[in-house]
Design a protein around this ligand. Structure first.
Ligand SMILES: *Cc1c(COP(=O)(O)O)cnc(C)c1O
Length: 466
């Protein structure tokens, strides 16, 4: 029998951090004390934490070394110049504005360009992008391609629906649109990539209608890897050449560097328009910091200058994307249906399919997430009706999500294949007793973003007929 080769880490481990598994009894206590909300469990009581890939990266030896040479001068620090040079080199823009994370970049940009009642069009808004658009009175519109929710094994399900984009512009007029944003990879549809052809097509439409075109580039390097692997004509190009081609198409980039910046904190805006640069930096001095540090320490900028380049390393990307696929395959074999193909930063379990006896308003995703903690001390987040459902603030109608998912987000360079084998073993044990899993009800909640703070209670078990 042939053995499937595991992806091999292109790094060795120089520094370790112990993790500890609580007993089954202690885990049961913790989950009850947390009122079945995993955000409330302390990190030290988690064995494997797959809550997010944001800011959870393991830094490299070079990054730790760079940290020590951080220049903490208030203005014009050498570390800023180093960071600026790196960002200009990759993102091809004249001006670089450091920010402490992605959402502060969004706040600065949207405060400057979004007026009340104007649209922001996006392949799919990430939740903070949506929040910041709404906060400035803008109207966020998602235009994902139709394949984004299909079961087909299409490679670029993160694409923008360009026909819909053009139709929207023709219907509402270019002047009603504050900006078009391309999110790479498309986080909200499963970290799935956008093709270069789709980027060119979107850019062409924006140029023709004279509409500002920006990237939300949190996971741009992972996106470049998929283009290299799966898009005809790109197989022989380097990741950095692909990145350059991608960013030549746009007017600017907002980035949360907590993802493909390979850092624990940081972000930036890069753009070409001098007038826009002046307006953004005027505001940032009031709310974020002087334009050469933007709410970060010099050492953070130095770390980012190294991390942004490391994220383009082919061996690293090849390992990462294959490790995501590897975990996906293991989970599937353990008997849990997943969203396919797997994307760049997470595996999504389809809890709606896995627990057909638990209806969406009883949160099958939460049931699976709680069980992963109970069974194995593993933490992950529900991405379903607990996150997106609840009462519509305008109509009072009870909303449910399109799909009931659970996200196993994978921190960069943190866990080895054997950690993920353990996760799959836990999945198999849960799958063996799936009929015993019950739904949950919300007993206390806030009006917005309830999933962070709500209290839950398990419902009585229903007999499953098969
Ligand atoms: C994480 C993320 C953001 C927000 O960035 P923060 O650093 O968490 O503030 C914006 N867009 C996308 C696509 C993201 O993944």
């Amino acid at each position: 029998m042939s053995r499937k080769r595991q992806p091999i880490e292109p790094h060795r481990i120089k520094s370790v951090e112990p993790i500890k598994q609580l007993s089954a009894h202690e885990r049961e206590q913790r989950i009850v004390e947390a009122r079945y909300n995993i955000f409330r469990i302390d990190a030290q009581d988690i064995f494997i934490d797959l809550l997010t890939d944001s800011g959870t990266t393991a830094m490299s030896a070079r990054q730790w070394a760079a940290l020590m040479i951080g220049d903490e001068s208030y203005a014009g620090a050498a570390s800023f110049r180093n960071f600026e040079r790196t960002v200009k080199d990759i993102f091809r823009k004249r001006f670089v504005i450091p920010c402490h994370q992605g959402r502060s970049a969004e706040n600065l940009m949207f405060s400057t360009v979004v007026e009340k009642g104007k649209y922001v069009l996006n392949n799919t808004h990430f939740d903070t992008t949506r929040g910041n658009t709404l906060h400035k009175g803008g109207i966020p519109i998602d235009l994902p391609c139709p394949e984004s929710t299909s079961d087909e094994m299409e490679p670029f399900k993160g694409n923008m629906d360009t026909e819909h984009l053009e139709a929207f512009i023709n219907e509402h007029g270019a002047e009603s649109i504050a900006m078009v944003v391309m999110t790479v990879t498309n986080n909200s549809v499963g970290g799935l990539p956008v093709s270069m052809a789709n980027i060119h097509a979107t850019s062409e439409i924006c140029r023709r209608h004279n509409i500002l075109f920006f990237f939300d580039g949190a996971r741009y390097a992972e996106n470049c890897y998929f283009i290299k692997r799966d898009e005809p004509g790109y197989g022989n190009k380097s990741v950095s050449d692909i990145a350059n081609e991608m960013f030549e198409c746009c007017d600017g980039v907002m980035m949360s560097a907590k993802k493909d910046g390979m850092a624990n904190i940081g972000g930036f805006i890069a753009l070409n328009d001098e007038d826009l640069y002046q307006r953004v930096t005027e505001l940032m001095i009031i709310i974020e910091g002087f334009p050469t540090y933007g709410g970060l320490a010099g050492r953070d900028l130095e770390v980012l200058a190294v991390g942004l380049r490391e994220a383009q390393d082919f061996d690293y990307l090849d390992f990462r994307i294959n490790q995501v696929a590897y975990l996906g395959e293991q989970i599937k074999q353990a008997g849990m249906p997943i969203v396919e193909p797997t994307g760049g930063h997470a595996v999504f379990v389809d809890a709606g399919k896995f627990l057909p006896h638990v209806p969406p308003n009883e949160f099958p995703g939460q049931s699976v997430a709680v069980e992963f903690y109970r069974e194995g001390g593993i933490r992950m987040s529900e991405i379903g009706s607990l996150m997106f459902g609840g009462k519509d603030p305008n109509t009072g109608e009870e909303l449910i999500a399109v799909r009931e998912l659970v996200r196993l987000a994978m921190p960069r360079r943190v866990y080895t294949n054997s950690h993920y084998d353990y996760v799959a073993d836990v999945a198999a044990r849960i799958a063996d007793r799936r009929d015993s899993l019950t739904g949950y009800k919300v007993v206390h909640q806030t009006a917005i973003l309830r999933h962070f703070t709500c209290d839950l209670e398990p419902l009585a078990h229903k007999k499953v007929h098969s």
